[in-house]
Design a protein around this ligand. Structure first.
Ligand code: G3P
Length: 221
């Protein structure tokens, strides 16, 4: 059976990126591999090299551009991420939207490089449109719920049910994102047929990020 996936997006919060990123990740070292989940941290671009320092952990990037190595100032190729031991990347996150006509080529370059992709969508119609790209994951994240305390898995479970149905038979697994805070949000997401969740503030901004992760998956201590 496939393990539930939890992607912790470290975004560009001060506590989880740049000078603080290593300290943040160290909190999770004792936890990695202890439970039956696939735990992935999505690193800010400036922290990509950290993947080499934490070989026991799985990392994604937060964004990729439609380029290979070459004369591309400030762009991030799937190839360089692979070379740094990054397993995959988010793409088209609400905070880093990609032009619609660039999605296909970016996904293809990622596939060519062997990188997994999480294509983010903001609504049902995008979810339906994105099916053709056959990414590893499609993350359903209503932008208005990002950073809040209400998850769509609790406030509007039917839309997740619909997206999961839309993708039945497809290779892409659905992740639920935005406002995921509690075990109920996580549990509901899985019950609705999602493959996991995409979460940021509920863990990153918690006073005790490791405890927040444990509570999310229903471990008390
Ligand atoms: O990438 C996940 C993110 O956009 C959700 O953020 O803070 O609502 O968990 P948050």
């Amino acid at each position: 059976m496939v393990k539930p996936v939890i992607i912790v997006n470290l975004k560009h919060y001060r506590v989880s990126s740049g000078p603080e990123s290593e300290r943040f990740l160290l909190k999770f070292v004792p936890f990695v591999d202890s439970y039956d989940i696939r735990l992935i941290f999505a690193l800010h671009p400036i922290d990509i090299r950290l993947a080499g320092q934490f070989p026991e952990m799985e990392f994604y990037a937060q964004h990729i551009d439609p380029v290979n190595y070459g004369p591309y100032t400030g762009q991030i190729s799937s190839q360089v991420l692979m070379d740094f031991g990054i397993k995959g990347s988010l793409l088209n996150h609400s905070e880093k939207r990609v032009q619609k006509d660039k999605i296909e080529s970016t996904v293809q370059l990622a596939k060519d490089a062997g990188l997994e992709t999480v294509l983010c969508c903001e609504n049902y119609s995008e979810a339906r449109d994105f099916k053709k790209f056959e990414t590893d994951f499609v993350a359903y994240e209503p932008p208005e719920l990002i950073g809040g305390n209400i998850s769509v898995s609790t406030s509007n479970p039917n839309v997740i049910r619909d997206v999961v149905n839309e993708y039945s038979g497809s290779r892409s697994l659905i992740l639920v994102g935005a406002g995921i805070k509690s075990h109920k949000d996580y549990h509901n997401s899985l019950k609705l047929g999602a493959g996991g969740v995409l979460i940021a503030s509920g863990i990153v901004l918690s006073d005790s990020p490791l405890q927040a992760l444990k509570s999310l998956i229903g471990i008390d201590s």
